[in-house]
Design a protein around this ligand. Structure first.
Ligand SMILES: [Zn+2]
Length: 312
């Protein structure tokens, strides 16, 4: 029954310790210290039950520190960069010359049948450049509407609206009744026009004045051959009339340019056409007007390339 003695033994040990400490404290002042030796075999310290009451369960006391749940590694967020879609290198399409022997020139105007032309990539671009070197594709037919103040002609809606505005402004300004003689022409019509022109006017005149299929602006629905209603004919001198002068001064406000000015045949590839205007939109037309750029070829930095013989 060792346990019954435990409190007593503990009390005794505390007392002895207390006395011993007191003794040590008082050592300096007195030599009357009483030392009661604590037996080394005192069961106080040898009884494992008294010191470690839970000894029998030690091995399982400590709950195992839970292994930290590993923070799940975030799977990498896919970056927003889309997989690049390989864009095919645009390969320009060309219309090959139907006559062999290279470009044939007549008084500074090339026969379009002898020229290799690049087909424009976007014929619906309102300011697209089409001439003997840049062709509109044969399949292209724009959206068309009937134009007011015309001989039953059709134009692209943008051009038709601008034409109506310009007509009304001219009428209000100077009382001249502008009239559209020819607007949209199909590729087929243009083919017939060119082919008929050769025997009728001679090849040199035909290549100067008549557009070859695909090299005309009329199939774009953006070209207008105009005069006034009282003289519904194509006239070289239209631009020198009162109505023509008004159009030269104000056409850009509505998006129109004079397309084949006099003395620019070497640049445009066509002789002067006092009646032919082109809708390119107000921005381009105004920029050309303000910077005194006379041709669309110069605007795009693509003037006709004349052979050396014409540059001397
Ligand atoms: Zn025309």
């Amino acid at each position: 029954m060792k346990r019954n003695f435990l409190p007593v033994i503990l009390a005794a040990a505390i007392l002895i310790t207390s006395i011993s400490v007191t003794a040590c404290d008082k050592k300096s002042s007195s030599d009357t210290s009483v030392s009661i030796p604590v037996s080394s075999d005192t069961p106080v310290v040898s009884d494992p039950a008294s010191t470690t009451p839970e000894a029998g369960t030690t091995e399982s006391t400590e709950a195992p520190t839970p292994t930290e749940t590993p923070t799940p590694t975030l799977s990498p967020t896919p970056s927003g960069t889309p997989t690049p879609v390989p864009s095919p290198t645009p390969v320009p399409e060309y219309i090959e010359p139907i006559l062999e022997g290279g470009p044939a020139w007549y008084d500074g105007y090339v026969d379009p049948r002898t020229v290799r032309a690049e087909v424009v990539s976007d014929p619906s671009d309102i300011a697209v450049l089409v001439n003997k070197y840049y062709a509109s594709p044969s399949w292209y037919v724009p959206e068309l509407v009937w134009a007011k103040y015309s001989a039953d002609q059709r134009l692209r809606p943008e051009a038709a609206a601008a034409w109506e505005e310009m007509h009304d402004a001219c009428m209000a300004d100077i009382g001249q009744d502008l009239y559209l003689i020819s607007g949209y022409r199909s590729w087929e019509t243009q083919t017939a026009s060119f082919n008929n022109a050769i025997p009728r006017r001679g090849l040199d005149k035909a290549v100067c004045k008549n557009a070859y299929p695909g090299r005309s602006e009329h199939p774009l629905g953006l070209a207008l051959d105009i005069n006034i209603r009282s003289d519904p004919e194509i006239r070289d001198n239209f631009v020198y009339t009162e109505a023509g002068q008004w159009v030269l001064q104000h056409g850009h406000e509505y998006g129109f340019i004079w397309r084949y000015p006099a003395d620019y045949g070497s640049v445009t590839g066509y002789g002067v056409e006092g009646w032919h205007f082109r809708y390119v939109g107000v921005d381009v037309a105004t920029e050309m007007y303000l910077n005194n750029i006379m041709t669309l070829e110069e605007y795009y930095g693509k003037p006709q390339i004349l052979p050396d013989a014409y540059n001397e």
